[in-house]
Design a protein around this ligand. Structure first.
Ligand code: MRU
Length: 368
């Protein structure tokens, strides 16, 4: 089973617990609203499209237990509050709610379950299209003629490989399959184009070091994990041909919210003439949020900063303190990259400018 989220014959929702990767592959069975809510809050499942899909099933499971209007409203509110930044969660809940609200209570659970299944299938198809569109952009970079900066030096430094930098995990396990930012990379790799990925470790939760590195290794894609602050130097040295990241919400003006640290990569990319691409399905575009300043930024527990989780040399797992007791800690989980720093958005409907006009055009384009 290559999907990150699937259902079995008994109607149980199954996924992989991302809090124990890459050290252990532990399957999770999600049977209730509580299970789904907990999995999203504790980041056993994470990544904007995946939490949307789990939220959709969470609503179906809530309706299985109690199909009343009150239960529907309560489950929507509870799940929507689980993680505030990624709009995909709210989008998926709205879609399932819209599908069932007018139906008789007795039919709601099965309608919701089917709608959640459609959301998953569409996610897989969308990401495959993002892979095609993104691969087109990146292939064009690989074909560029040598120059003083960018592709020539990066390619030469890597024996001809296209060098991409990514932040956080916008891969297969952040979605139902394929990923968003990683989808074009998987596609190029499958076509035999030599690709090498610089993987930002992505403190504080290390989604890059733990998850992106794990899934790139699983697919045999060449990669190098770097400390979050190394990307600027690598770009300055001409060792990055493009940055490609996923995203949690695109505001109506093209500003983009993604994992904290993304903005600094976009600044470094602009300063060094490196293209900065953002890959996402159109469900991540939120026309109701006017700009980046209006996107709610999730503040997570201080412990994610004060401690680091990992594996000791004897194979046991541990969480160790790295900050003095008593130091104040802040943990904003996302940041905003202004539209002006985004070279292009890559969606399932095509590539567009990160601008109000670009977003309007892509939203008006026919679905893939
Ligand atoms: O806090 P996370 O791990 O859910 O953050 C994930 C990201 O920031 C991803 O880049 C984003 O959700 C896109 S996933 C295809």
């Amino acid at each position: 089973m290559s999907r990150t989220l699937w259902t079995d014959e008994a109607g149980v929702l199954r996924t992989v617990d991302q809090t124990v990767l890459p050290f252990e592959r532990r399957e999770l069975a999600l049977r209730t609203l509580d299970d789904c809510d907990r999995a999203i809050r504790e980041m056993q499942v994470r990544g904007a499209p995946l939490i949307g899909a789990v939220g959709a099933y969470g609503l179906a499971l809530a309706l299985r237990a109690d199909p009343s209007d009150a239960s529907l409203a309560h489950a929507c509110e509870r799940l929507a509050g689980a993680r505030p930044t990624a709009v995909n969660l709210r989008w998926a809940l709205g879609r399932v709610r819209g599908r069932v609200a007018a139906a008789p209570p007795a039919r709601r659970a099965s309608l919701a379950w089917d709608e959640a299944g459609r959301i998953c299938d569409e996610d897989v198809a969308c990401n495959a299209r993002i892979g095609e569109h993104g691969a087109g952009l990146l292939r064009a970079l690989a074909g560029r003629r040598p120059g003083p900066r960018g592709i020539a030096r990066a390619a030469a430094a890597a024996g001809g490989a296209l060098n991409l930098l990514t932040h956080c995990n916008a891969g297969r396990i952040a979605t139902v399959d394929h990923g968003t930012a990683l989808a074009p990379i998987y596609r190029l790799h499958a076509e035999g184009v030599p690709v090498h990925v610089w993987v930002d470790e992505t403190r504080p939760r290390n989604q890059g070091a733990a998850l992106t590195a794990w899934e790139l290794a699983e697919r045999g894609v060449a990669h190098t994990v770097i400390a979050d602050n190394a990307g600027g130097l690598l770009m300055m040295q001409g060792r990055v041909d493009a940055v490609i990241v996923g995203c949690d919400r695109v505001a109506a003006n093209g500003d983009v919210a993604n994992k904290v640290g993304t903005y600094l990569k976009a600044l470094a990319a602009r300063d060094n003439g490196v293209p900065f691409y953002v890959a996402c399905p159109v469900s991540t575009i939120d026309p109701e949020t006017p700009d980046g300043a209006s996107i709610p930024i999730e503040e997570r527990a201080a412990r994610e900063v004060t401690h680091m989780a990992g594996m000791l040399d004897d194979g046991s797992r541990a969480s160790v303190r790295i900050v003095p007791e008593g130091s104040a800690v802040a943990n904003p989980a996302f940041d905003i990259t202004p539209a002006r720093l985004v070279t292009a958005l890559v969606t399932e409907r095509g590539v567009c400018d990160a601008s109000a006009a670009g977003l309007r055009a892509v939203l008006a384009a026919s679905p893939a």
